[in-house]
Design a protein around this ligand. Structure first.
Ligand code: ZN
Length: 234
């Protein structure tokens, strides 16, 4: 089962499949890709290839995909949104994708937000925080109710309204290696369209070039380092 394929097929009204394996339909990406006109010639294609779903547009060349066992990338999230899925539905998919990959791979331990505890534990400890109770009520109405011992919450907002998020950890509280947080959107509030946060966003991203520069600098002799410093643009 491929979550993204299933969601897109449903949103697109189950377009017919050609013998080559591609489902064809009017592409949904083009108006979002700059000057391209909407497609009327069924130039959008979706194909399931083993664990991977591929979307390709012959009109504007937009292409993306997703494989079982990975997280949802930005382009896939865009595509799902263009297909008509709400932020909440996309978050649930992202959450489900994370659930599937959060195996107990030992990785680098990360710092999680303060006060994080499973919803099961909050309820058992008799929390009366209205935010938590609302979230627990809402989760109980889901089609597939997750194990509340594996869904986390913190009342500590830390400037990000974290109390309106639920968290899923990669690893567990004793050795967390990553997390994803899904916001519970209150539609009555303007501007609450945040697509969620995750620990990956907190990591600095370096290009290979920057890393190489750093390596050169770190392993340089003192004279070489002075020369590098002098050649640096100011
Ligand atoms: Zn397109």
């Amino acid at each position: 089962m491929n979550l993204v394929y299933d969601a897109l097929m449903t949103a697109l009204g189950h377009p017919r499949r050609s013998p080559s394996g591609w489902h064809s339909f009017n592409a949904i990406c083009c108006p979002h890709q700059g000057a391209h006109r909407p497609d009327t010639k069924k130039r959008g294609g979706l194909k399931l290839d083993g664990p991977t779903v591929i979307y390709h547009c012959h009109n504007c060349s937009f292409r993306t995909g997703w494989s079982v066992g990975s997280f949802l990338g930005g382009k896939v999230k865009d595509l799902l949104s263009w297909a008509g899925l709400t932020d909440e539905q996309i978050n649930k998919l992202n959450f489900a994708a994370w659930s599937a990959v959060k195996q107990d791979e030992k990785g680098i331990r990360i710092i999680v937000p303060d006060g994080l505890k499973s919803i099961h534990d909050w309820l058992t400890d008799g929390s009366t925080d209205v935010r938590l109770l609302k979230i627990a009520d809402s989760i109980a109405t889901w089609d597939e109710v997750p194990d509340l011992r594996e869904v986390y919450w913190t009342p500590d907002d830390a400037g990000q309204l974290l109390g309106s998020y639920i968290f899923l950890l990669k690893g567990d509280l004793s050795w967390p290696t990553g997390y994803v947080a899904m916001p519970f959107l209150d539609r009555s509030l303007p501007g609450r369209t945040h697509l969620g946060i995750d620990s990956e966003n907190n990591e600095p991203v370096h290009t290979e070039e920057e890393l190489e520069e750093l390596r050169t600098y770190v392993f340089a002799s003192e004279e070489e380092r002075a020369a590098l410093d002098a050649s640096r643009p100011t």
